[in-house]
Design a protein around this ligand. Structure first.
Ligand code: ASP
Length: 336
């Protein structure tokens, strides 16, 4: 639902993934845990903005909070490939300068969003992938983690369930992963399985100088083929920001977001067709993606203070805050 801030007031919107998120299936405890996790992310970004920090810094701070939180499919709580490995993608873009940085298929970086930012600041490039990106991460002094850090039992069980269903081989448990009996009880794991297919994180922010930024971080799709890269690190698909139009972060089935260049398309409708931010987001998510089963959603922000979110799935983990206003957190499609 659209909302507009006063001029020169900061604002931030975050998402923690979209999908078949069902109230009954999620249950009150996990509902509460997700809302708290989303609130923490907003607060991390809001603290930066409230101290006069840039939208870019706020985006990075809020995403780092979610990359550390195993509820989300980003860094620590990332999903696994069909080979049982973690391959992380992230991107960040500054609306003032159009400078953007992204990484794909990185395997050891604790904060992929900070690595994406290092691509902006320390290289002349926009996108680094695979072993080269892992090597750059080390060189750039990023915190490194082993496979056990990125391991969560619920996501592992969810992967096994999916691979069994698809008749695919089950990969060995990652090295250093805790023994199954020491991890989460199986009943909770069963319940968690489907929700845990989602959880990509994204943030858009507006700072007091009137500048906007966007960032997105993900483990991609559960059970993906090793080497598969989604929309998240592709500028214009899952992530885009320009002070001429808007900043967008998307989540959903990346292949559709890539084909429809979702993030840039929304901004183009605002820039060239005079759509409001909400109209533009709804046009792409509901009119173009929904009919072809391009499941997912976006969050968006404009330099004039308009905020929007739009999704064609039963839920999207999402939250927002405007300077001086309340922190709003929503999950299901029957909430505002
Ligand atoms: N868009 C992400 C990807 O395709 C996944 C997601 O948002 O859930 O990699």
């Amino acid at each position: 639902m659209a909302q507009q801030t006063q001029a020169r007031h900061w604002a931030i919107v975050v998402h923690g993934g979209a999908g078949d998120i069902d109230r009954a299936e999620l249950g009150p405890e996990r509902d509460k845990a997700y809302r708290e996790a989303l609130s923490e992310a907003v607060k991390a970004g809001a603290a930066v903005l409230d101290h006069g920090g840039s939208a870019l810094d706020a985006v990075e701070a809020a995403i780092r909070a979610m990359e550390d939180d195993p509820h989300f499919n980003a860094a620590r709580g990332a999903v696994f490939t069909a080979a049982g490995k973690t391959e992380l993608d992230a991107a960040i873009m500054d609306g003032a300068t159009l400078r953007a940085g992204a990484v794909a298929d990185v395997t050891r970086t604790r904060y992929p969003i900070t690595l994406a930012r290092a691509v902006v600041e320390k290289t002349p490039y926009v996108l680094l992938v695979g072993p080269g990106a892992d090597a750059f991460s080390l060189d750039a002094g990023m915190e490194q983690e082993g496979a056990a850090y990125f391991f969560t039992e619920s996501r592992w069980q969810s992967l096994i369930k999916q691979l069994q269903k698809e008749g695919k081989p089950i990969p060995p448990r990652p090295e250093g992963a805790p023994l199954p009996e020491r991890a989460v009880p199986v009943t909770q794991l069963e319940e968690a399985a489907d929700t845990h297919r989602y959880g990509t994180v994204g943030v858009v922010a507006l700072d007091r100088s009137g500048s906007i930024a966007a960032g997105t971080s993900t483990g991609g799709l559960q059970g993906k083929m090793p080497g598969r890269v989604g929309d998240t690190p592709l500028i214009g698909a899952g992530t885009y920001a320009s002070n001429q139009s808007c900043a967008v972060s998307g989540t959903g089935v990346g292949e559709y977001f890539i084909r429809y260049t979702v993030a840039r398309e929304i901004c183009a409708l605002v820039q060239y067709k005079g759509f409001t931010l909400q109209q533009a987001a709804d046009e792409v998510i509901h009119k173009r993606l929904a009919p072809i089963h391009g499941d997912g959603g976006v969050i968006a922000i404009a330099p004039d203070g308009h905020l929007a979110w739009s999704f064609n799935t039963p839920g999207m983990f999402r939250a927002r805050m405007v300077e001086g206003g309340p922190l709003e957190v929503h999950i299901y499609n029957d909430e505002p």
